[in-house]
Design a protein around this ligand. Structure first.
Ligand SMILES: [Zn+2]
Length: 485
């Protein structure tokens, strides 16, 4: 620029972390020019401003400007049961499933909006949302104005049949019986969702397929889902080797652990987003990476619900690409990628007994450009580069823990972001050139109204669960009755 051009928006005066190149891409006293929702100029302020003018200028003095964070895996509607499924084994069958079965589909869009608001307020601009009924939930993404890569999930596990399983002698930890009609309906809904929503809202909404897990679908349905994804050129978002339950079920079904089983079905490939890998052996981790699949690490969720450090370092050492996810609030309590950055860095160091693994600059890349590549949108977002969508955030450098900002001879911005920032210093979030959050307020959504809707939905959930006699004996219900929590 500098040739008399006019920007729609000029963000001027702060330091930049662009994520261009191999590291964090620091630019002192930088600026970003935005036109038509895209970044058209980025670099030192004097160069970007040149003799160009702007219709609107955002003063970024005392701010850090960086790409919006990528939450590559979450179940947004589950936020309605925040904190309800922890400190039990097996987690899903002993708490999450039976309690969350009472969450009403009609209330799910209210919960999703609340989860997205939490994420946006903490710097997330793109959500890899895996939840149902996505046909209804996607409206909450469009309403808030964030970017999303969504799927509704394909599963033959039907929690509505739990009473019948119990009557048949099923106990938590046993393989869950499969309901073929339930899975077929979910696959049809996914294909319909893709048909109607992929590319919606100027490309802010992308749709991929989400077969749930190796043991929650029959082999035939897994293969069909993969075929449908490949025909459409879209990714699959799949929980892989999340816990021992999955390996035990596939061993019984096919004589193979989950990852060799998925490989035997042809599911491990570059179009696979493999979430968790918690129980993968070193050889299995290497196999998934060698097949070109991408990984999402949900460090806090898996730490809390399983007590496991996912094999991020091994996956990266094998050449694999890793993004970060907040997963689900019943087990993780929050949708905050700053919390995930700190956890993935800390857990890797603790697991290794060394401060050297998982350096902060690498973690910031996982939360931005690498997370975008994991979701298949790295050519459009994840870094501040000319031609990319203007998805970015501004953080306040004048408050703890980012102040003092030291630049010479060593910069402290990236370490402070990873080891101390909580998200409370996020001052502005922009998606495709549109400001959707600034100074604590959402531009498109009334926070008071959203909270009133959420509170009413939470009361309905409590009433429904409280009336279910089969929940007696669940650990968290008994802890509540005893007054311990
Ligand atoms: Zn998940």
């Amino acid at each position: 620029m500098g040739d008399g051009s006019v920007y729609d928006t000029l963000i001027s005066g702060g330091h930049l972390l662009t994520m261009a190149g191999e590291g964090a891409g620091f630019v002192a006293d930088g600026a970003v020019g935005v036109e038509g929702g895209k970044i058209v100029a980025v670099g030192p302020r004097a160069v970007v401003e040149g003799n160009a003018t702007a219709r609107r200028t955002i003063d970024a003095t005392g701010r850090l400007v960086m790409p919006g964070l990528i939450d590559a895996h979450l179940h947004s509607a589950s936020v309605i049961g925040r904190g309800w499924a922890q400190e039990v084994q097996p987690w899903m069958a002993s708490a999450y499933g039976p309690l969350m079965a009472h969450a009403a589909d009609a209330d799910a869009p209210i919960a999703t909006l609340w989860a997205l608001m939490e994420g946006v307020a903490n710097g997330t601009t793109t959500f890899g949302d895996y939840d149902a009924p996505m046909e209804a939930l996607v409206h909450s993404h469009v309403r808030l104005g964030n970017r999303a890569v969504v799927c509704g999930g394909i599963s033959e596990l039907n929690w509505a049949n739990r009473a019948a399983w119990l009557a048949d002698g099923w106990t938590p930890g046993d393989p869950t019986p499969l309901d073929r009609a339930h899975g077929e309906a979910a696959l049809a809904a996914e294909l319909d969702l893709h048909e109607r929503w992929h590319g919606h809202d100027g490309g802010r909404i992308s749709v991929i397929l989400g077969p749930h897990a190796a043991d929650f679908l029959s082999g035939e349905l897994l293969v069909r889902a993969a075929g449908e994804a490949r025909r459409r050129g879209i990714s699959m978002h799949l929980h892989v080797a999340q816990d021992v339950r999955e390996n035990e079920a596939t061993l019984r079904r096919a004589g193979l652990r989950a990852i060799p089983y998925l490989d035997s079905l042809g599911l491990l490939g570059p179009d696979l987003i493999a979430v968790h890998l918690s129980t993968a052996t070193p050889d299995e981790v290497a196999l998934v990476a060698a097949r070109g699949a991408r990984m999402v690490c949900c460090a806090n969720s898996i730490g809390i619900i399983d007590g496991v450090v996912p094999p991020v370092a091994a996956f990266q050492a094998a050449g694999g690409l890793v993004g970060l996810g907040s997963d689900q609030a019943p087990g993780n309590n929050s949708h905050n990628i700053f919390a995930e950055m700190r956890a993935v860095a800390m857990f890797a160091k603790i697991a290794a007994g060394s401060p050297l693994p998982m350096p902060a600059w690498r973690v910031v890349r996982m939360a931005t450009i690498e997370g975008a590549r994991v979701l298949g949108i790295g050519d459009r977002v994840g870094s501040l580069e000319e031609g990319k969508e203007a998805d970015l955030i501004l953080l306040d450098l004048d408050r703890p823990p980012l102040a003092p900002a030291l630049l010479r001879p060593a910069r402290n911005l990236v370490p402070n972001l990873v080891y101390a920032e909580s998200g409370r210093n996020v001052r502005l979030s922009m998606v495709a050139g549109e400001v959707i959050y600034a100074d604590g307020e959402f531009l498109r959504v009334d926070r008071t109204e959203a909270l009133a809707d959420l509170t009413a939905a939470a009361i309905r959930l409590q009433n429904a669960a409280d009336a279910d006699p089969t929940l007696s004996g669940l650990p968290i219900v008994e802890l509540t009755r005893s007054g311990r929590i």
